[in-house]
Design a protein around this ligand. Sequence first.
Ligand SMILES: [Mn+2]
Length: 353
Amino acid sequence: MSGSAPGAGRPGGGRLSALLEAVAGVDEVFVLTHDNPDPDALASAAALAILVRHVAGLTVHVALGGIVGRAENRALIAEMELVFERIDGLDIPTEAGIAMVDTQPHAGNNSLPAGRSAAIVIDHHPVRTDRAETSFADIRPHYGASASILVEYLQEAELEPGPWLATALFYAIQSETLDLGREASEADVAASTYLYPRSDPQAISRIRHARVPASYFRSMHEALALARRYGSVVAVAMGRLPYPDMVAEVADIFLQLEDATWTVASGRYRDRLLFSLRTFEPGAHAGQRIRGAIGDRGAAGGHGSLAGGQLDLRGMSDEEVDGLQAAVMADLLRALGEDPDASDPLVPDPDDA
Ligand SMILES: [Mn+2]
């Protein structure tokens, strides 16, 4: 499964020196990830920060864009002994180096300041970067998690992760791959096996079983009431969300339905319309399908079996937003081979029985 990228799965492949070369001559590095970061983004950013700080001796900042909403992700941050800064209002000096993890320039899901390029890019999404733009790019789309790539760098640097970092990286890989069941490569399994004995199992439990606010249940109630089945697709168009990654959370939950092949969840957070697409089918091209459905109305991307998209709603009325959401959802259902006009409620209203 691994092995198509040069040096992949091969600690000691000499990539570490190339990475460090990319930030030679700067005294400060800003690590950026995608907006509304998930565990893989958070843990990978932390690992890269620790690596550059300890091996190159540089000052490193980790900057976050968007919202960390999901209770598990907030619990993960609480376990991490690292300061995360807000990217808005952060002035990144022109002489500082920028490193990006779990995202890339031009991916449309990050807050890389306009006109700036990245010195380092480490990601496992399909290549979106013109390699000439960055000093160092290590993009391995066949890996289930960016965290697994970072583990190989820590190993090459002989930098043993302490319990909080091992916990974060381990949880990141499990969460991103549904416990190694979705798009996990041999490298993800090897990284997990390396990390677990170094992690804090009780911290993993505190993250995985994080308590949730009442707004979580209100959104789940709405999602259950609005979810519809289109053949083997479960789709739900929700209204306003308590936090952006609620769409991913809802899509993951509906994917448990025994005969569902795809799930789609959509909703609005502030001036963004968000879509999340999930499947268990290997090689299903989720990223390509959502990019095709959204087209130039917004930005989208992802892997074979999970993908997301977002559209800018600024200047639109609520009616226009509803119309746009329905239109994109219909295009997405067609891209999945289903008729957008033929559906049944997932949970029929008991009053209609
Ligand atoms: Mn990731």
